[in-house]
Design a binder for this molecule. Structure first.
Ligand code: ZN
Ligand code: ZN
Ligand code: ZN
Length: 784
């Protein structure tokens, strides 16, 4: 009898999870060869991997252990199915075999997001001895673009846009050498065989230069504005140490106030103009490389036009060779790197789009000849009340799914199409939800086309068959483009269409993110700018008693007039007038508005019209929005009198209030109960703001104290509903959830009453998280 251990065995392992695109096959090869095993490893058509290995029992056991213990940092196993089989002795060595498009691992697998340049590649990039010295497209099997260049599964070069660049002999040698760190690195290339950069004038004329990136850095130094094609799309860049280029960019881009994101060479450079906490540092350096919203240094040494009126600035570090080289040649502590799109259109990804959209915005174009398949804006994150908060979840995170343990484990597939602003869509199959990249504001057909293309691409690489979709979800708002698109989608396929109320969708998203069970009931605080209510009025300060499939509106902010409707969103003094009309007589209001004449574009004439609108209720819808109340406080304190981007007056109020003392001035919080529904009087808060203004209190203290009063009022509403119902879980969602001071106040209040507080940590608290809530509700409703 052969001694134990020398007998030959065979094992077949099916791996699912994140096992393609992260150097997994080279890893398997190395641990197999090290143990003298024979067999093969290959990529499967569903993003899984199959391993067949033969050898003695001890070596195979040790191999299986290494598969767990030594896996590449970005690998993640959803499932490892290990099957022992009789030894066949059919192999003489271990190899990486040709991918099998038609075979499946059976588990749930997905390709990784785009990965920032790794440290090894960065060292090589700046090593004059390397043949990739200063080569912008340097990558290895552990780093580089993934989602943005993939067209189909499995993750092989021929299924990415790198198939346009056949490997040269040297690259081929590395690619096929198991000892090389570019062994099976699908997007690998070099200056001889790979993509290249070119510099053009705004008219599309090629500029002859040996070093286009260096030349671009020089032009930026001189104050020009340049479009720079990168990984997920095109940025528009300019310098940050002078005002003129920033002002010019604002004019051309038609963005008078909206903050611009910056890119800096390294942490040291960032620290010259912003403060970095340790968790922010980790985020800046992570392979996901999001834009991190940091606190500005005081005084702020860069142009004040970068993020006017805000105490924060969004910053990212370079995430590709292109950016590394650009920043290397730049003397600036940071460059503006804002998304390159024409207002109302998605960010340019092809060179043709870049020229047609941006030639009136930029002076030069720094482009490359690699195609981008999936447009993917930079992600934006901020630490709010000591936790990660997504303003935008896109590059570096998509297409990672969220696992929903409370759903049935079947193959049911649904789509949520999102609301109107900050739209994402979400594909949901079985227990996995795939929120899409940031789409943007969907208010025209071009943006609907972007959704269609992105649905097609995301389904292909997540193995979801869009013809198998069994239901769709959308907002309740009848005239949103996304609602109408969902309607059309459902009619064409003859499948149900569920309309989910906006704030309910916010709360559902949060419940699902925390894997609440299907029969759970919660108290949800949904606070934002606007959502269409079931009574057709504008909601936005709501306390909902909610499950995944139903809700009751148990409390809300006082409903106040919006004279002129939407116009009061853009000119918040109208909002202030509407709110105060509930406390002041017509005469008193007239007199007060006189001192805000400048906040009305048409001065006295407009004041008269607004007064008429309010008291005759003409073109004056009602709203319970939290955002509108914050806007109104903002304008009363002379912080911001015009909204030029979403959330602007409230964001500037937050920045202003951050310099004040929130405990300085007492506010009365008045809550009434009508027909069983609690209402918090925001007009009372507004009146107190006016009184404090009259008595010449410090504006910053009024701002901080009033903001705190709003948070306390909301907490009291939620606590009252919790106490009536005996529910101990309070959830906070909606765009006002980005306000650090408000979130902190509500959390402390909830926790000090012995209840549990929940907020978003994986998805945006703003409208970027809505499609996920819609998809979850649609799925559950469709199975009832
Ligand atoms: Zn690398
Ligand atoms: Zn090459
Ligand atoms: Zn919302």
């Amino acid at each position: 009898m052969p001694s134990l251990g020398s007998e030959k065995h065979r094992v077949v392992v099916l791996c699912s999870g994140v096992v393609q695109g992260i150097g997994f096959r080279p890893f398997v090869y190395r641990i197999a060869v090290k143990r003298g095993l024979t067999g093969y490893v290959l990529n499967l058509g569903d993003a899984g991997v199959k391993i067949v290995a033969e050898g003695d029992k001890q070596s195979i056991d040790s191999f299986l252990k290494a598969l767990h213990d030594e896996k590449p940092p970005l690998a993640y196993y959803e499932n490892l199915e290990v099957k022992w089989e009789p030894h066949k002795g059919e192999f003489s060595s271990f190899v990486v075999a040709k991918s099998n498009k038609n075979a499946r691992s059976g588990g749930v697998s997905y390709i990784p997001p785009d990965i920032a340049l790794c440290d090894d590649c960065r060292r090589e990039l700046f090593n004059p001895q390397s043949r990739r010295y200063m080569y912008p497209f340097i990558v290895c099997s552990a780093c580089g673009p993934r989602y943005t260049i993939i067209e189909d599964l499995p993750y092989d070069r021929e299924n990415t846009t790198m198939r346009d660049f056949p490997m040269c002999e040297d690259c081929e040698k590395e690619y096929t050498n198991p000892l090389d760190r570019r062994y099976h690195a699908e997007p690998t290339c070099c200056p001889k065989c790979g993509p290249s950069m070119s510099l053009y004038t705004r008219d599309g004329e090629l500029i002859e230069t040996l070093n286009p990136i260096k030349e671009a850095a020089k032009l930026l130094e001189e104050g020009y504005i340049i479009a720079i094609k990168g990984i997920g799309g095109t940025h528009v860049a300019t310098k940050t140490t002078e005002d003129d280029p920033v002002i010019l960019l604002r004019k051309r881009r038609r963005r008078p106030q909206r903050p611009f994101a910056l890119m800096s060479r390294n942490l040291d450079a960032v620290q010259t103009f912003a403060e970095i906490t340790s968790s922010e540092r980790d985020l800046l350096l992570s392979y996901r490389r999001p834009i991190v919203v940091l606190k500005k240094k005081n005084p702020f040494p860069l142009s004040k036009y970068l993020a006017p009126g805000l105490h924060t600035i969004g910053v990212m570090l370079p995430y590709s060779g292109i950016h590394e080289i650009l920043l290397y040649y730049s003397k600036e502590p940071a460059l503006v790197m804002t998304s390159g799109n024409y207002p109302g259109q998605p960010m340019a990804i092809s060179n043709k789009e870049a020229f047609s959209q941006l030639s009136k915005i930029v002076d030069y174009f720094l482009l490359h000849n690699r195609r981008i398949i999936n447009r993917n804006d930079d992600s934006v994150v901020r630490i709010v009340d000591n936790k990660l908060s997504f303003l935008r979840r896109s590059r570096g995170y998509v297409p990672e799914p969220l696992k929903l343990k409370f759903l049935k484990d079947n193959k049911e597939t649904v789509i949520g199409f999102g609301p109107e602003e900050n739209v994402t869509f979400t594909l949901l199959r079985g227990r996995y939800a795939y929120p899409s990249q940031h789409i943007g504001d969907v208010d025209n057909l071009e943006m609907i086309e972007f959704i269609q293309t992105a649905v097609r691409n995301l389904s292909r690489i997540t193995n979801i068959d869009p013809t198998h979709v069994t239901a769709v979800g959308s907002d309740l708002h009848p005239s949103f483009f996304t609602t109408r698109y969902a309607e059309e989608f459902s009619k064409q396929r003859n499948i149900p269409h569920y309309k989910i109320q906006h704030h309910h969708a916010h709360i559902i998203a949060l419940m699902a993110e925390h894997n609440f069970s299907v029969d759970e009931e919660v108290v949800g605080i949904a606070i934002d700018g606007y959502g269409y209510g079931v009574d057709k009025t504008a909601w936005g300060g709501e306390i909902l008693l909610a499950t995944y499939t139903s809700f009751e509106r148990k409390a809300h902010l006082e409903q106040v007039p919006m004279p002129g409707g939407d116009r009061s969103t853009y000119y918040p003094i109208r909002m202030a007038a509407g709110i105060l009309s509930k406390q002041l007589s017509e005469n008193e209001l007239q007199n007060l508005l006189l001192s805000y004449k400048d906040a009305f574009p048409f001065g006295q004439r407009e004041i008269d019209i607004v007064i008429k609108q309010i008291y005759s209720k003409f073109n004056t819808p009602m709203t319970s929005s939290t955002g509108r109340v914050l806007d109104a406080i903002s304008v009363l304190l002379n912080v911001c009198n015009k909204r030029t981007y979403e959330g602007e007056p409230a964001m500037k109020l937050e920045a202003f209030a951050a310099q004040g003392n929130p405990n300085k001035l007492p506010f009365d919080i008045k809550i009434s109960k009508n027909n069983g529904i609690y209402v918090f009087s925001t007009s009372e808060i507004m009146l107190q703001v006016v009184e404090y203004l009259k008595s010449n209190k410090r504006l910053k203290d009024i701002a901080a104290s009033a903001q705190k009063a709003i948070a306390l009022g909301l907490s009291e509403l939620a606590l009252a509903v919790a106490s009536d119902t005996g529910i101990d879980k309070i959830l906070l969602s909606g765009g006002v959830g980005y306000n650090d001071a408000i979130v902190k106040t509500i959390r402390e209040k909830v926790e000090s009453n012995g209840l549990k507080f929940y907020r978003h940590e994986k998805l945006p608290t703003g409208d970027g998280g809505i499609s996920f809530g819609q998809a979850v509700a649609t799925r559950i409703l469709n199975e009832l």
